[in-house]
Design a protein around this ligand. Sequence first.
Ligand code: FE2
Length: 398
Amino acid sequence: MTHTAALPASAGQNGTPEANQSGARVNKDAFAEAKDFLPLDGLDHVEFWVGNARQASAYLRALWGFTPIAYSGLETGVRDRASYVMQQHDIRIVLTAPLTPDGEIAEHVREHGDGVRDIAFAVQDVDSAWRETTGRGARSAMEPVAIDGGEDGTLRRSAVWTYGDVRHSFIDRRDYRGAFAPSYRKVKKPAAAAGGLSLLEIDHCVGNVALGEMDTFVDYYRDVFGFAQLIHYDDTVIHTDFSALMSKVMTNGTGRVKFPINEPAPGKKKSQIQEFLDWYRAPGVQHMALRTDDIVGTVRALRDNGVEFLGMPHAYYESLADRVGDVGVPIQTLEELGIEADRDEEGYLLQIFSRPIQDRPTFFFEIIERHGSRGFGVGNFKALFEAIEVEQARRGNL
Ligand code: FE2
């Protein structure tokens, strides 16, 4: 964590991002501008609320290479929900489904379909995290509690709300030795996960918010969480002939937690962000990027397993070498697998986007391999959005 307590209170607002060639403005001082009143040890886990957690866990295991490590449900004394904890390297995803027709989980699934409920942070002090954030205007979702796990120790947690029905939990598991959390049991003999994948950590989580709300949540992450703005893409950057969006990227002081915030922008037809909002029926998490050190092998395995990705047109690859130079993978291989490449002044990145992973056109995964670049592939946005619009049109949602 950077220590910037000596900076004036206005420092976070004064770092004027500078424009680069692509029109994205990168704020090189962002990490120094972030405040340290809320030390975060990265993401503890991301929890989805889904209609059928057993089947969702099989999907993440058999297609995406996640191993089930813990379970909670009727057999562990929990009567209203079943949860599966899925792990791959530093990525931990919890899938929770309701066991009863009423209650917050069933209502959430009825309203939103499957989606992200909680982006949980690992912290050392859940009381301080809750006090600092609620004291700065966050709405409390759970006052600090110490959950007794018997001989496994104690798990501490608290939570606050962010956009839509999404919340941020604060988790301190340093005094807890059991499987994930009290009421969970370890999965002793997990079924084999798909092989050949290398998904290492969550690179960023993207929130879609309503028209006019992007700056509200940019301010929220700055004022309540002490984050700083890393990049600003304006609507003159991210547009096609038909639709547009605006996006700003917030980061904490270590750069380990990065949250782009999108809002729809007016265009001739419907923004992909508006399509998400219409079908999720609220602001929510649009995608999570999973970082890999082997995007070629990982995407090949994912495709073999039946994961579907957005397609890019041949024309995109014809001009790619001129735009990005050598990216360590033959252009032919990138085209074969549908992987995109982008370069900025710091380096390059390779990325690909899955189709939505549930029936509603809402949440999807991104796979990203970084070589120096800390950006988000702005050079790909136009071609990417045109590819998304082809699919939106197929769904009757453009
Ligand atoms: Fe992304």
